[in-house]
Design a protein around this ligand. Structure first.
Ligand code: ZN
Length: 161
């Protein structure tokens, strides 16, 4: 179970995070998390190229280390990259010093001032420290495309399609 759209209550806990951009902008910001992963990330890059669309990839440091060529392709094709920790840690379950160290380890591989906490789970102390160095980007709509039980039509519907 996950929330397609974060509630007002959740948003009010982290008002300094970026949930969506100004309503006056008629823009959609596409973000892809957890890569770079062979086949999936390269497929996404191919599709984006086909439609001449740019996106932001929140990368896991360990995956960048394992697949540097795919990461380089993201950068070369002028997409944005963001930090998504080195080991995809759940902030709620991780002691803050370890969490922050993990973010720093990812930073060595992913040069970015954007950070997205894995699962959207981050403690207030972690958030308050990281927001000094990063724009913390959450999301406005979660398509749920990682759920194997859901169809692409259902994902599209969640996105208002
Ligand atoms: Zn993730």
């Amino acid at each position: 179970m996950y929330l397609v759209q974060p509630t007002y209550l959740i948003k009010s806990i982290y008002p300094k995070a970026i949930w969506r951009k100004a309503l006056t902008e008629k823009k959609l910001y596409l973000t892809f998390d957890d890569g770079p992963i062979p086949e999936i990330t390269t497929w996404v890059l191919d599709v984006l190229k086909q439609y001449n669309v740019k996106a932001t990839f929140f990368c896991v440091g360990n995956n960048v280390e394992k697949h540097p060529a795919i990461f380089q392709r993201i950068v070369d094709e002028k997409h944005s990259v963001g930090n998504h920790t080195y080991n995809h840690l759940n902030g709620w379950k991780t002691h803050s010093p370890l969490y922050l160290k993990n973010v720093s380890r990812c930073k060595e591989l992913v040069a970015s001032n954007l950070f997205r906490p894995p699962y959207g789970k981050i403690k207030k102390t972690q958030f308050n420290i990281l927001r000094r160095y990063y724009s913390i980007v959450l999301w406005d709509v979660l398509s749920g495309d990682y759920d194997k039980k859901t169809s692409s039509e259902k994902c599209l519907k969640k996105c208002g399609g």
